[in-house]
Design a protein around this ligand. Structure first.
Ligand code: ADP
Ligand code: MG
Length: 702
């Protein structure tokens, strides 16, 4: 399409922007085209007719709007403590406004005896009521002419420095709207618009920037949120439909000797109902003639790996190869050990390929893989390298799916020959349903919602350093009773040396407290060679060491049933899903297990909520919901690579209901008209295609 769309024009050419600001807008806020600016929505609105009286302020962590005169200004302190303090006075009292940054700029703007509208969060500083870095606007002759409701835009310090503050956004967008409104068109159909009494697309885009009432703001937001979700869901669901209708898959009709022998003789326990159900769902897909793309969710320890293994056996029984890709060497090695162990006595060839597989071994493996002698290949992302060629890959399992980028996954898919292989992706820790709908809405969904019987709930405690002596006593008791202990230190990539110091300090104090030869200690961290890590893991696994000191490299998958205590140092530095994952390393054997979260005494409110959540809940799905609510979706695992959750206005936590409606509507529309070819859907289609074109990275496997 060569149509010259004004929405694609460079913002440099917009009046009031110019090259310097344009450059910064690109860098700081990723705004480069007219269309980007149009979708740079305000994050709040000022109602210029509403204000509080200073005497009635109760600091409660909420923002207030005041109207008063600046009666005094002074600069105090120096260096970092340098600050500008202005006193604002109204009929009822006075309050201090404080700036630590941008003092020069504020001094120029703020005039004595001038009236201002001031917005910010009041707090007591000692006994003085203050607002730090408030927004302010002059109340002068122009003020009364301004709109009652004024949009407030996200800007940045650098942008402010070149005069691109929230008010400049207002001005620039006021110039933009008349230019672009003629090319905007309705992108939904009347039935949907009427169903929820939505504003039109054009109206919503104008009103979101220039509302004249609170109700208008609300309606504009509703319309734009709905629309945002609707088009995401449309894309996901269309991919799913397309796959089901068009992408032919291998058929695995038999449940053969290997599966049956393992099921009847090899399996040391009864499958849970949930495991059986999921295997059935997958078998159904294997027989459908269509390529399977399925997400398997289940809590830590719910037995996902076993389900994956049994499905790999079905593939092998049908003379296909299967592969399992894990995110780390430790985990790949662990899967290999577990699976080889499970499959003793069954005639099957299993290989392990990782970055540290020796050249000679690798050559043999790759040869066997190509000729079809190898049945199952396990490994890390080494599996996606071009030299890895399968004879007939029929089924791919991707473990801890969030750690792989979309690209990496797609490369593995592409290794099928005649057809794409069936794909099962598994999450390490559960993610909330709404999140799954948005991130993996194109996949079919299975869940293991039941833990194997006999698991005792892990008892979780939160201690501060004051309890350390008591903790040592507890560890000793556990070791004397034959148990093993994990002690985990946080790992933050950016400063691995710093983390290593924490770990080394920890090691020193632990080895003083637990001296050789009575006690043996293993250490594993990310900077060790894979071989050395594995050696230490195995020593611990065999029970030759009682304490395992590690960074989060042990987070995923490690399985040592005799380990019954998980101690997490600086627990406040971990996210909830990571804490839950770590806790899942214990409680795998018959003994009562414990998880002890160590933290400093002083914690942020968010950190203490996190630790409290851990103490109170052991349900991964519940914890995932709490995590989503605490942190917002932007930080959750897996979202960075996907980019899908870079939502402009909707919020998958707060707007969960809108998401559900939008998803159902998208399903209905496509169910009736999968290619959007009907006349009634032509506007939807037009917008859909335009969006697809402007966001090419979005597509998943096509
Ligand atoms: P996940 O990958 O979901 O975290 P795993 O597959 O690693 O869980 O299983 C956790 C542990 O539970 C393993 O030791 C596994 O052998 C065991 N397990 C799996 N399924 C069952 C079952 N039905 N009954 C008893 N133990 C089971
Ligand atoms: Mg697992």
């Amino acid at each position: 399409m060569t149509e010259n769309n004004i929405l694609d024009s460079d913002i440099t050419y917009l009046k009031g922007v110019g090259p310097l600001r344009a450059e910064l807008l690109k860098k700081e806020l990723a705004l480069s085209k007219f269309g980007d600016l149009l979708y740079h929505f305000p994050f709040r609105y000022i109602d210029r007719t509403q204000f509080h009286k200073i005497s009635e302020i109760i600091p409660a962590n909420i923002s207030v709007q005041l109207r008063g005169k600046v009666v005094k200004m002074e600069t105090l302190g120096q260096g970092r403590a340098l600050r500008l303090i202005a006193t604002l006075k109204d009929d009822t009292g006075s309050i201090q406004l404080v700036w630590f940054k941008g003092i020069k700029w504020v001094k120029q703007k703020l005039l004595l005896q001038q009236e201002y509208l001031v917005y910010g969060k009041p707090a007591f500083f000692g006994r003085t009521l203050t607002i730090t870095h408030p927004d302010f606007e002059k109340v002068d002759s122009g003020f009364e002419l301004g709109a009652r409701l004024q949009a407030v835009y996200n800007s940045s310090e650098k942008l402010n420095a070149v005069g691109m503050n929230s008010r400049s956004f207002n001005r620039v967008i006021a110039l933009l709207l008349p230019k672009v409104s003629s090319v905007l068109y309705e992108n939904l159909k009347p039935t949907l618009i009427n169903k929820y009494h939505l504003l039109s697309h054009v109206d919503a885009l104008i009103k979101i920037h220039q509302p004249s009432s609170l109700e208008e703001i609300h309606k504009a937001q509703l319309r734009l949120k709905y629309e945002e979700f609707f088009f995401i869901q449309l894309r996901l669901i269309q991919q799913n439909i397309f796959r089901k209708e068009k992408i032919v898959g291998y058929i695995f009709p038999h449940v053969g000797a290997k599966f049956n022998t393992f099921y009847k003789e090899g399996l040391p326990f009864e499958l849970t109902k949930a495991q059986k159900r999921v295997i059935k769902e997958i078998r159904h897909d294997f027989n459908s003639g269509r390529q399977m793309n399925r997400l398997l969710q289940g809590d830590v320890g719910s037995g996902k790996t076993l389900v994956a293994l049994m499905c790999m056996l079905i593939a092998v029984d049908n003379n296909f190869q299967a592969a399992l890709m894990a995110p780390t060497e430790i985990l790949a090695q662990q899967h290999y050990n577990t699976i080889v162990n499970f499959l003793q006595g069954i005639e099957i060839n299993i290989g392990l390929l990782t970055g540290s597989t020796k050249v000679a071994r690798r050559r043999v493996l790759l040869e066997d893989l190509r000729t079809g002698k190898l049945d199952i290949l396990l490994g890390t992302h080494a599996l996606i390298e071009p030299t890895v060629v399968f004879h007939n890959l029929g089924f791919v399992v991707i473990d801890e799916q969030h750690r792989f980028g979309v690209q990496q996954r797609a490369k593995l898919w592409a290794k099928g020959k005649q057809h794409l292989p069936h794909v099962l992706v598994m999450t390490a820790t559960p993610i909330p349903r709404t999140m799954a709908m948005t991130l993996y809405g194109d996949l079919d969904y299975s869940v293991i919602d039941e833990l194997p019987p006999g698991r005792k709930e892990v008892k979780t405690y939160h201690y501060s350093d004051a309890k350390r002596i008591a903790l040592f006593g507890f560890i000793k008791k556990q070791i004397n009773a034959g148990r093993q202990i994990y002690i985990v230190y946080p790992l933050i990539k950016e400063s691995e040396t710093l983390d290593l110091k924490d770990l080394n300090d920890g090691y020193n104090s632990i080895s003083r407290e637990f001296p050789k030869p009575e006690y043996q200690i293993s250490v594993v961290h990310g900077q060790m060679k894979a071989k050395d890590k594995e050696y230490e893991m195995q020593r611990f696994k065999r029970g030759e060491t009682q304490i395992m000191i590690a960074t989060t490299v042990i987070e995923v998958g490690v399985d040592v049933p005799n380990a019954s205590v998980m101690i997490i140092e600086n627990a406040e530095r971990f996210g909830l899903s990571q804490l839950h994952q770590l806790r899942g390393r214990v409680g795998r054997g018959a003994e009562q297990s414990f998880c002890i979260l160590m933290s400093s005494y002083k914690l942020s409110a968010e950190a203490s909520t996190r630790l409290e959540t851990m103490v109170n809940s052991s349900d991964g799905f519940e914890i995932a919901e709490a995590d989503l609510k605490l942190r917002g979706p932007g930080d959750l695992q897996g979202t960075q690579q996907s980019g899908i959750l870079a939502l402009k206005i909707a919020d998958i936590v707060k707007d969960e209901n809108i998401l559900r409606y939008a998803r159902n509507d998208a399903k209905e529309v496509l169910g009736d008209d999968p290619q959007l070819d009907k006349e009634e859907n032509k506007d939807i289609k037009k917008f859909f295609l335009a969006q697809k074109k402007s966001q090419p990275n979005w597509g998943i496997i096509s």
